[in-house]
Design a protein around this ligand. Sequence first.
Ligand SMILES: Nc1ncnc2c1ncn2[C@@H]1O[C@H](COP(=O)(O)OP(=O)(O)OP(=O)(O)O)[C@@H](O)[C@H]1O
Ligand SMILES: [Mg+2]
Length: 258
Amino acid sequence: MTTPRIHISGLCKRFGPVTVLEGLDLDVAQGEHLALIGPSGSGKSTILRLLMTLETPSEGTIQIDSEDLWPPHNPSELDRAARAQQKRLALRIGMVFQHFNLFPHLNVIGNIALAPQLVAGRSAAEARQQAAALLERVGLGDKGEAYPAELSGGQKQRVAIARALAMEPDIMLFDEATSALDPELVGEVLSVIRDLAASGDMTMLFVTHQLHFVEQFADRVAMLDGGKIIEQGPPSQVLHNPQHERTCAFLAAVDLSH
Ligand SMILES: Nc1ncnc2c1ncn2[C@@H]1O[C@H](COP(=O)(O)OP(=O)(O)OP(=O)(O)O)[C@@H](O)[C@H]1O
Ligand SMILES: [Mg+2]
């Protein structure tokens, strides 16, 4: 593999006495679409949250394009230069959450234009113009003035995707982006994600239980259990010919519940 976009090495995360990740190693290539699967509590969201710098590793390192997002030593005591580097790298990563997390008091354009103004220093006019273009892209060109409470779940999630894209990330993380949606709304969100994947060479990590989507869309699937990746490979292999008994049990359980 050429230099990976994301390089994770020896990553450990403990919450008090609970060990969630235990020496996780993972590389993600430029433009790769990686699906993370695994039972509840296996640490899938924790991996994404460590990438978003919403959590601090207990041990280990994460690099983006060979630069330390989390340096290997004393991650909780980053010096000023390391913090500045972390902030710069984290801005290249966008995340979409299960529960949308839109600001209820801002309309749709306001939600999308906020971070570009506050964090990227764009003018209000420029940020609003970009927000309108992104709304068109997710098929909601007519909803700019609406408030989150006036939108369906699928529409809210499409706004959340537009909001993440407004910071022009080149890595996107999706944490069960469709699991809070009524079944008839899942398709519209997946189709936006699919268009996004097809339109550029964005690197994408997604946590999902939608195995048919993983099958169509992932280049690679990584199965997490016990704080580690226990099996990984193309969907044809991991989903249809799993080698690990815990992968077999997990896939059977997901199939039954969907
Ligand atoms: N802030 C926290 N404080 C304490 N424990 C936490 C915290 N965040 C996560 N955990 C614990 O870490 C473990 C892994 O959580 P995580 O959310 O990463 O799992 P997950 O694989 O995303 O599960 P799910 O499929 O249910 O979303 C769980 O046991 C959870 O209770
Ligand atoms: Mg989770």
